[in-house]
Design a protein around this ligand. Structure first.
Ligand SMILES: *Cc1c(COP(=O)(O)O)cnc(C)c1O
Length: 357
């Protein structure tokens, strides 16, 4: 691979040479038999990853496109936005910009969403949809999806929209079993594909809801996706390079095996956790609510984070993140998502030690 600074930021993450080679395969027409075969051939593995019997759709947009689409397709009356960090907070603003009634369920950054608070809000009967970010990438918080889904099971009229952008494929997220109505992810985080593409699936309840909602537009209309997918196509010209790269990635994922893949993320994450503790550092995310794909390290040692980030890049050609938004300098984030192994993560930690010594 050409010399470059390797990304350990929590997205976009490092993309392997083999994935880039697949991304650069010759183009095919998106209405051709070759395309239909490619897309149809990927469906079973995509459904396996999503834990769903529903079709899995491919969107040529970054994840925010589908996050906005979920609101435009599913919110009839009023939306409850679970907010615990930069991405989940932003969703409220996006909903209002889409002209929807939306209310915040805000918790302090670093804390997870409490399922009892969701229960109390939904019990008011005001809401017909809810947004949740499973893994809040800005704070390193992983929300208790199972508990939250149990609460949602009590409210069949409420559609559950889940962003799994930075956790998808790093741990099981069985969409059908959990009763998720829209499950979405982006290409450039846990899947370690180039940025600018996303994947999502919609429950039957989600489609029924969409059919009742007007002003869905065209580009992100879920019913349009379903119609075209029935013929193994996307509504508009997709990024074919991403689809080639995704096909390659699926081969890799299933060759490794899902259990092994989940185990690898757990082990690389544990390595980072050990390092954080051994160096007298702390976590920004509350105990019991920490992500398995990234660590948001609290700068309790008053380190010069900007210098650390710079030194690591200049001396070792590794890139980490120096804190998101208002957490800049107060935290730094280390990603173990995608293709990283115990060996590559151990190397990152050795290089960090070198810069800190
Ligand atoms: C990165 C990220 C997004 C936004 O992805 P874009 O590709 O920039 O649209 C949304 N949600 C989460 C949890 C993320 O980590």
């Amino acid at each position: 691979m050409i010399p470059h600074d390797k990304l350990f930021i929590p997205g976009p993450v490092e993309v392997s040479e083999a994935t880039l080679a697949a991304f650069a395969r010759p183009m095919i027409g998106h209405r051709s038999a070759a395309f239909k075969e490619l897309y149809a051939g990927m469906q079973p593995r995509l459904q396996g990853l999503f834990g769903t019997q529903q079709p899995v759709f491919l969107s040529t947009s970054s994840a925010w496109g589908v996050m906005e689409a979920a609101i435009r397709n599913l919110v009839r009356r009023r939306l409850l936005c679970c907010m615990c960090g930069a991405f989940s907070d932003k969703w409220l603003d996006v909903a209002r910009r889409c002209g929807k009634e939306a209310e915040p369920l805000q918790v302090e950054w670093g804390k997870p969403i409490d399922h009892r608070e969701i229960d109390a809000q939904l019990a008011t009967g005001k809401f017909d949809a809810i947004t949740l970010i499973h893994n809040e990438t800005s704070t390193g918080v992983m929300n208790p999806l199972g508990e939250i889904c149990c609460v949602l099971a009590k409210y069949p009229d409420v559609a559950l929209i889940v962003d799994a952008v930075s956790s998808f494929s790093a741990m099981p997220i069985p969409m059908d079993a959990l009763g998720i109505d829209v499950l979405l992810t982006g290409s450039q985080k846990a899947l370690a594909l180039p940025p600018g593409f996303s994947l999502f699936s919609v429950s039957e309840k989600g489609f029924e809801r969409a059919a009742e909602v007007s002003d869905r537009g065209f580009y992100f209309d879920f019913l349009e996706f379903r119609k075209q997918q029935a013929g193994d196509m996307t509504p508009t010209t997709p990024s074919v390079g991403h689809i080639h790269a995704l096909e390659f990635k699926l081969e890799e994922i299933f060759a490794e095996g899902l259990t092994n893949r989940y185990g690898r993320h757990a082990r690389t994450n544990a390595l980072v956790h050990e390092w954080v503790r051994a160096r007298g550092l702390e976590f920004f995310a509350a105990e019991g609510a920490r992500s398995v794909t990234l660590s948001c390290v609290r700068n309790n040692r008053d380190l010069d984070v900007a210098k650390l980030v710079r030194d690591l890049r200049e001396k070792h050609h590794l890139v980490i993140d120096g804190g998101y938004g208002k957490l800049k300098g107060l935290t730094f984030r280390l990603s173990n998502m995608g293709d990283e192994t115990e060996e590559t993560v151990a190397h990152l930690l050795t290089c960090l030690d070198d810069c800190l010594s």
